[in-house]
Design a protein around this ligand. Structure first.
Ligand code: ASP
Length: 326
C-alpha cells in the first residue's frame, strides 16, 4: 500500500515524463509551416511571408508558407484544425475567421474552440478598384453607372467568407444592387484578371494593390472605411461619398492547432511580439498602406477577445444579407 506522499511523487514523476521534451527545445531549428488559406502572392500571403521572415529570425528556425487556398479561406483553416499540435504548423488568416461561422452552414470547425490563439499581426484597409477601361473615373460616377449596368458588371472575390467577398457585399447592399461575382482562390489571381479586363471590379487589401495603384495600373475608386487611408490620401473614403456604413478593416492573426503545448505557444507569442515591433516589418506594412499590430494585440488574450467581438459584429450583418454557403 502506497502512502499519499509516495503517490504524489509518482504523479509528479509521471507529469515530468509526460512534459513533451520537444516543447523545451522548440523549435530546435526545425522548419515551422504557416498555412495561408489564400493564393500565393496575395495580401494574406504577403503579410505571412513578411512576419514569417522576422519570426523565423527570433525563433532560429525558418517559417515556410503553405498556400492551402480555396473556399474563402476555410480549406486552409480546416487543414490546421487537423494538423499535428506540436508547434510546427500554424495558421495565418484574416477576418474570415470571424465571418465564416455565419456564412458556412457546414463549416466543420469552431474558430473560438478549435484553435490556440497566438496573436494579431497587422491591420489592413481595403479599396474598391476597377479596371482602367471602365467609363467612370471617380466613385461619384461609378455609383450611378453600377446601378444602371449591374447586369453587365462583374465583381471578383476570393470566395465566400473572404475579405473581398465581405467588402463586395457591403458595396452591393449600399447600392441595393447585385453584380455577377467571380470567385478566385485569392485576390492575387483576381488582380491579374482585373487588370486584364476579364473582371470589372474588386475590393482588395492595400497590401495586394498598393503597387498597382501607385503604378496607375488599376483605378482606385474608394477606401472602404470612414476615413482616408494613410499613404493613399488621394483616394476618397466611402463615407465622404455618402456611404458611412461601409467600414471594413482586415486584421490578420496567427493560430495553432488545439492542444499545442503551452511552452511552445509562449515561444510563438514572444516571437510574434518581437516581430510586430521590428522596424523593418513596421516599415514594410506602412509602405503597403497597412499597420503592424501593436505589441499588446500580438497576444492570445487580445486575439480571443477581438475574434469573439468580430463574430458578434458580423454575424447579424451576414444573416441580414441572407448569404450562406454549404
Ligand atoms: N484578399 C483576399 C480576400 O479577399 C485574401 C487573399 O488573397 O489573401 O480575402
Amino acid at each position: 500500500m502506497k502512502t499519499l506522499s509516495q503517490l504524489t511523487l509518482a504523479v509528479l514523476c509521471l507529469a515530468a515524463v509526460a512534459l513533451p521534451a520537444d516543447a523545451q527545445n522548440y523549435p530546435g531549428g526545425k522548419p515551422i509551416t504557416a498555412v495561408v488559406p489564400f493564393a500565393a502572392g496575395g495580401p494574406t500571403d504577403k503579410v505571412a511571408r513578411e512576419i514569417g521572415l522576422v519570426m523565423g529570425r527570433h525563433l532560429g528556425a525558418p517559417v515556410i508558407i503553405d498556400n492551402a487556398a480555396g473556399a474563402g479561406g476555410t480549406i486552409g483553416a480546416r487543414k490546421v484544425v487537423q494538423a499535428k499540435n506540436d508547434g510546427y504548423t500554424v495558421l495565418i488568416h484574416h477576418i474570415g475567421m470571424a465571418t465564416a461561422p455565419a456564412l458556412y452552414r457546414k463549416l466543420g470547425f469552431d474558430p473560438l474552440k478549435d484553435y490556440e490563439m497566438i496573436g494579431e499581426i497587422a491591420d489592413v484597409p481595403m479599396v474598391l478598384l476597377g479596371n482602367k477601361a471602365l467609363t467612370p473615373i471617380s466613385f461619384r460616377e461609378l455609383v450611378p453607372y453600377v446601378k444602371a449596368n449591374a447586369a453587365k458588371l462583374s465583381l471578383a472575390n476570393a470566395g465566400i467568407g473572404s475579405a473581398s467577398h465581405l467588402c463586395g457585399l457591403l458595396f452591393q447592399s449600399a447600392l441595393q444592387t447585385e453584380l455577377t461575382t467571380v470567385p478566385y482562390k485569392g485576390t492575387a489571381p483576381a488582380l491579374v484578371d482585373l487588370m486584364g479586363g476579364q473582371v470589372n471590379l474588386m475590393c482588395d487589401q492595400t497590401t495586394n494593390v498598393a503597387g498597382q495603384i501607385k503604378a496607375d495600373a488599376v483605378r482606385p475608386y474608394a477606401a472602404m472605411q470612414p476615413v482616408r487611408i494613410r499613404g493613399f490620401k488621394e483616394i476618397p473614403a466611402a463615407a465622404e461619398e455618402g456611404m458611412p456604413g461601409i467600414d471594413v478593416k482586415i486584421w490578420h492573426a496567427m493560430y495553432a492547432p488545439k492542444g499545442t503545448p503551452k511552452a511552445v505557444l509562449e515561444k510563438l507569442t514572444s516571437a510574434l511580439q518581437a516581430a510586430v515591433k521590428d522596424p523593418d516589418f513596421r516599415a514594410k506594412m506602412a509602405d503597403l498602406g497597412a499597420e503592424a499590430a501593436p505589441a499588446d494585440h500580438a497576444r492570445p488574450e487580445f486575439l480571443r477577445m477581438h475574434l469573439a467581438e468580430e463574430i458578434s459584429k458580423w454575424t447579424p450583418i451576414i444573416k441580414k444579407a441572407g448569404v450562406y454557403a454549404d
